[in-house]
Write a protein that binds this ligand. Structure first.
Ligand SMILES: Cc1cc2nc3c(=O)[nH]c(=O)nc-3n(C[C@H](O)[C@H](O)[C@H](O)COP(=O)(O)O)c2cc1C
Length: 176
């Protein structure tokens, strides 16, 4: 069987983003599984204001092709003022019908103790509206600076590997 293509979406373009380190850690882990994966960076898809899904331009076309070819998604996004980064919404708005029933797992990130769960709760209705099959196996990366400034992957595995495996199993069960 062909490996499913499940990219990791990095949902913030902020200078100095810790979420990038989380995405890189996940990439190392997910590569061990039966997935084809890579990190897709919001910075490569969003340069300015909203360009909706019905506009025919290269950026929209490229994103829609990726979505059509992906069997699922792992979204890494931080919490900003209890919400999601604005650039993530601009990115997601570049497609709509293409998302229908595609499985998606959210990995939320924060420097505080709640791991970005308020961001996830604010994003959830939008992900549902867009048509994603949002899986329950979310992972919350709290205290991200403590863990990821100088990451020790063995320690991280102790904390997160079981959850990452559950995420992987859930994605594999859901891909078509
Ligand atoms: C504009 C802004 C707002 C933030 N708001 C919150 C927040 O509401 N809750 C929280 O736990 N952390 C908040 N943070 C801190 C982030 O959790 C922190 O920057 C963390 O490293 C994850 O985001 P990053 O990938 O941009 O680094 C905020 C950070 C920024 C830049």
């Amino acid at each position: 069987m062909l490996k499913p293509y499940i990219p990791i979406l990095l949902g913030t373009g902020r200078e100095g983003r810790m979420s990038e380190k989380v995405a890189e850690y996940l990439l190392e882990k997910v590569k061990m599984f039966e997935f084809k994966t890579e990190i897709l960076d919001v910075r490569d898809f969003v340069t300015s204001v909203t360009v909706p899904a019905w506009v025919e331009n290269e950026q929209v076309k490229k994103w829609k092709e990726i979505v059509v070819n992906a069997q699922g998604f792992i979204l890494v996004a931080p919490e900003y003022n209890h919400g999601y980064p604005g650039e993530l919404k601009i990115w997601l708005d570049k497609a709509l019908a293409e998302y229908k029933n595609k499985p998606l797992v959210v990995c939320s990130v924060s420097s505080g103790g709640f791991g970005g769960v308020r961001m996830f709760e604010n994003l959830l209705p939008i992900l549902h509206y867009l048509g994603f099959n949002v899986l329950g196996e979310t992972i919350s990366f709290s205290k991200v600076k403590d863990d990821f400034e100088n990451p020790d992957y063995l320690k991280l595995d102790e904390k997160y590997f079981k959850q990452i495996e559950m995420m992987k199993n859930s994605l594999l069960l859901s891909v078509k």
